[in-house]
Design a protein around this ligand. Structure first.
Ligand SMILES: Cc1cc2nc3c(=O)[nH]c(=O)nc-3n(C[C@H](O)[C@H](O)[C@H](O)COP(=O)(O)O)c2cc1C
Length: 177
């Protein structure tokens, strides 16, 4: 059993994070979801929390959470941090060491393995800034699950799709052993 801190970013592929939670739980892992402000536009804390059987953390500024758990403890208590979907915005913040919300603060405050599953429009993915950020993250030791190629929610075709949840599980196999 591994303790997975799952950060869900604000991309259309966030719905696939729900299925991923189901697969992680079925495999016997503990999942603690963190939903970004962007992520809250795409999936609800109710869905995530019910599937994860866990409280969902959304803000750095929740006094009750801070007193009872503490944001540093949240990342300390995890065996692995997984960002899924990782938006272009989250990748940029991570590459720059920005910590201006709960998710990015936890990502900066950890020494545990960090895995990102980027998902975005093909132009966003191919943009020099995103590619530079991904290269920086790889150099920093972050594991990147490469996006798949195919038809996108926006109607375009190319690289940037979030791989299917089962494929993400397969990519995590060694970390979840
Ligand atoms: C309908 C819609 C779909 C979006 N899909 C994506 C996406 O798949 N990937 C991405 O990087 N940004 C996407 N965005 C833009 C992000 O939501 C935006 O950059 C946001 O600030 C990211 O928030 P986060 O840092 O909490 O993830 C989308 C925006 C909208 C309105």
């Amino acid at each position: 059993m591994k303790r997975v801190l799952l950060i869900v970013g604000g991309g259309i592929a966030a719905y696939k994070a729900l299925e991923l939670v189901r697969l992680l739980k079925k495999a016997g892992h503990q999942v603690t979801p963190v939903l970004t402000k962007g992520g809250e536009h795409f999936v609800t804390a109710m869905s995530l929390g019910t599937l994860a059987e866990s409280q969902v953390h959304t803000s750095l500024w929740e006094l009750k959470d801070e007193v009872e758990i503490g944001h540093i403890q949240l990342s300390r208590a995890a065996d692995v941090l997984l960002v899924c979907p990782a938006t272009a915005d989250l990748l940029a913040k991570m590459a720059g060491g920005i910590a201006d919300d709960l998710a990015t603060t936890l990502l900066l405050a950890t020494d545990k393995p960090v895995v990102v599953a980027p998902a975005m429009n093909v132009r966003m993915w191919q943009h020099a800034a995103t590619q530079r950020n991904v290269a920086q993250l790889k150099a920093d030791g972050v594991r990147v699950i490469e996006p798949a190629e195919g038809e996108m929610a926006c109607g375009e075709y190319g690289a940037g799709r979030l791989p299917e949840p089962q494929d993400i599980m397969d990519s995590l196999r060694d970390l979840l052993k």
